[in-house]
Design a binder for this molecule. Structure first.
Ligand SMILES: [Zn+2]
Ligand SMILES: [Zn+2]
Length: 131
């Protein structure tokens, strides 16, 4: 039954994404999901990711290279590593940033905030200290 297979593929994609905080791209997700659902195609993985993003269950991060995906949708800023391309979650309180921006820009309707930092991930930072 196609419906049942859809559900299983969708569940597998979401589970793989929830198992990591490395913000993988679709190619990596495809490799991992294949271990659970060997018959899945890369196209199905892309379509499933698109649907999950539209439903707000997954965030798509546009890094300049391949789109990266994040199953943790609570607002949190990211650091894009300029050396290896890693995407790292940052801990940072963002008090009323959205409300402030809305108050100062009454002509637009602000629905969300995404904050991205650039720098070095822990691995690259350690390497640059060591050299
Ligand atoms: Zn790095
Ligand atoms: Zn994240």
């Amino acid at each position: 039954m196609p419906m049942r297979r859809m559900t299983r593929q969708r569940k597998a994609v979401l589970e793989v994404l929830q198992s990591t905080r490395s913000h993988p791209d679709a190619a990596w997700i495809y490799q991992e999901v294949k271990k659970k659902v060997p018959s899945i195609s890369l196209g199905t993985v892309y379509r499933t990711l698109d649907a999950l993003v539209k439903e707000g269950r997954v965030l798509a991060l546009h890094t300049g290279g391949a789109t990266r995906y994040d199953a943790f949708t609570d607002p949190h800023p990211h650091l894009f590593c300029t050396s290896c391309g890693a995407v790292v979650d940052l801990t940072l309180e963002l008090p009323h940033l959205l409300e402030k921006a809305q108050a100062q820009n009454p002509g637009v309707e602000i629905t969300g905030v995404r904050l991205t930092f650039e720098g070095l991930c822990p691995r690259c930072a350690a390497q640059s200290l060591a050299s």
